[in-house]
Design a protein around this ligand. Sequence first.
Ligand code: GDP
Ligand code: MN
Length: 373
Amino acid sequence: MKLITTLDIVALALAAIHFGVPLTYYYWCKKKWLPRPWNLKTDPNYRPRVTIIVPTYNEAKLIEKKLDNIYEQEYPRDKLEVIVIDSASTDGTPEKVKQWASRHPDLNLKLIQEPERRGKAHALNTALKHVTGDIVIITDVDAWWSSKNTLAETAKWLADPSVGAVSCLKKPATPGLAGIEEGYRQYYNTLRLAESKAWTTPIFHGELAAFKKNLLNKLGGFPTHIGADDSHTATRIALIGYRAIIPENILCIEIVPQKSYHTWRIRRAQHLIQHFIKTVTIKPKTLKPFKSILYMEALLHLINPWILLAAILLLPISIVMGSLLAVIILMLGTALLIYGPYRTWATAQLYLIAAVVRNLYTKELVWEKLSST
Ligand code: GDP
Ligand code: MN
């Protein structure tokens, strides 16, 4: 029996990198970027023409509540257009939309029905052809804007000519599996906000993703070959020189699927991975702060989970070689799972690893609607 092997040292070094890099980045974000001023010319009275696009596939249960939430927004009605784009729902979603519209004739609402389902991004591009607003906001059905002022607040930030896109912070409607979702959100919201203050965040949210229409035209619409249409569009807007930000007071409440939570997280991870792989190959010739943010996030999503996996796999080998330390590290690493933030982190790494494997055989560009109950 040996106390320690070379493999233990390698495993510990890999673990130190795996946990050290994101922790350092997190504290850097909190201490250096978060306290910064925005340096933007915002205007609380800016009221551009806005088109809200609501993509729907089998959302009959939630669509009325969603439209109510939009209807409650305090924003001039004559500046507001809503487009519901439905892709061949089979649960009566379009009928629900028509009934709702007939009860609210004062809202300019268009329903567009695609004869065939070809994915969310494809549907968004179909809707884009009908947009009359200068600002386009995408919003998923299974999420709500937290305040009546969310829309006006979004416009406020878009008043600055250097801002090309705005998204939201997120809060789960229910804490999710053993609080994983809640913990994950707190950590990620801090990063999103800090990166936005530094320049731009490469991760956007479909619960509220606002873009200037002329920039969407420049990009030729939403990408249909990868899943994260929101994040990828925001990042491409940043790559042509505009800021894509998540400010502090735009909040969305999102329904977290209870039954298929893991499947859901893995699919979302798959989309983010597709986005980062695509983005880092574009080779940003962009402003400095965004380059480092983009590469750091790409590292955290694409490489860092595998460093942890390598460290974990070395330990059993070391145990077979007779190491006592490897036994202790493995036991400690497992016991720590009772500590919430550590468990949240470890699960996120698992999702990212599983996502790479799944990406090898399906890109999940058209996905199953997961039940919220
Ligand atoms: P998740 O939040 O990542 O789990 O994705 P969702 O399944 O909630 O989908 C996000 C939004 O896109 C929801 O409003 C869906 O109804 C909508 N959606 C998903 N797939 C399609 C599609 O193929 N066509 C259209 N029009 N909307 C879709
Ligand atoms: Mn959703």
